[in-house]
Design a protein around this ligand. Structure first.
Ligand code: SF4
Ligand code: SF4
Length: 85
């Protein structure tokens, strides 16, 4: 489809592979009480948004480059502790 205007681009719906509308899953933060510092979210994040840092004497996942997040939601899906907000 040839794009005609900026308004048309804004109104486009991005589809998932199964044809349903793609809804971004941006993480709102990490619950440090739940996070065990396993690092699984860091391994799957394609944008390098997450790092392990020491918070109150405990290694936890911290969203350090959230401006690069594309909302794929991989971090939320993979976390075994359901620590993402
Ligand atoms: S939603 Fe995707 S890009 Fe954003 S922090 Fe999670 S894994 Fe990284
Ligand atoms: S996957 Fe979950 S428990 Fe593991 S480091 Fe990331 S936020 Fe913490």
């Amino acid at each position: 489809m040839k794009v005609k205007s900026l308004e048309q681009v804004r109104n486009q719906v991005i589809l998932s592979q199964d044809g349903t509308p793609f809804v971004p899953q941006y993480p709102g933060g990490v619950n440090y009480y739940r996070c065990t510092g396993c690092g699984e979210c860091i391994k799957v994040c394609p944008q390098g948004c997450i790092e392990l840092q020491e918070v109150e004497g405990k290694k936890v996942a911290v969203l350090t480059n959230i401006e690069l997040c594309i909302g794929d939601g991989f971090c939320k899906i993979v976390c075994p502790e359901d620590a993402f907000l």
